[in-house]
Design a protein around this ligand. Sequence first.
Ligand code: ADP
Ligand code: MG
Length: 270
Amino acid sequence: MPAIERAQPRIIALANQKGGVGKTTTAINLGTALAAKRKVLLIDLDPQGNASTGLGISRQDRGAGSYALLTGERRLADLLRPTRIPNLTILPADPELAGAEIELVGIEHRERRLRDALEAQAEALAGTEIILIDCPPSLGLLTLNALVASHSVLVPLQTEFFALEGVSQITRTIERVRRSLNPALDLEGIVLTMFDRRNNLSELVAADVRAFFGDKVYSTVIPRNVRISEAPSHGLPVILYDHRSAGAQAYVDLAAELLRRERKARKSAA
Ligand code: ADP
Ligand code: MG
């Protein structure tokens, strides 16, 4: 009897060593938009836990999460939490995650703890089609764990003057991980965030980034939108907070583009 092939979730890390560029906002809202079409898991790997809070899991009731998984203290199945969005599950950040960068150093296979845990406990992920990993704003061990566990990296890039300077650091890190721990790691794409239509600079920066990265840059651009920044304090993705806002629409478009690109890649592989 031929082995039944288990459909594997596609794992996408949201990474950029710069803080405040829209990683967490993209993780929450892209995750929410994708959940309308796919079964999605969001892994909060940032000690700040903003993705967890932004999805309504307050600091007080966060409990065990991604740190307990990395150290092997707890099983994935016991750590997953539902959100109020159907088809969107979260592995929250636990408070102890702040010490992980230091504590993991002494642990065996420290860069592949997440990958090993997800592989060894795949049954807890049954039916999950997409996993998004929200990374901290550094290229330390936590981000490394995300890159080693992922199929691809989506880099949110704030549309500002020095955008291209910062991006070389993350692309070099991706190269390094590809040469050593995860040869199949792909650059999923670059997504321009906080784009300001009224500002000529935004257009210039976007043109520059597109000239450099070509079609790796998503055509969907996330505008600077006040509803996006208000939503987290209500524990809601902007798509639920104000689904008519330009910000919500942009994330719906981003999800559609990601799925379109995925279909195209599958077709050209076949
Ligand atoms: P990162 O995770 O990369 O540190 P965040 O997603 O937390 O960045 O975003 C940083 C801040 O900017 C947050 O306060 C967030 O609400 C706000 N923000 C993110 N994207 C937008 C946007 N498109 N428009 C307005 N504010 C935004
Ligand atoms: Mg963040």
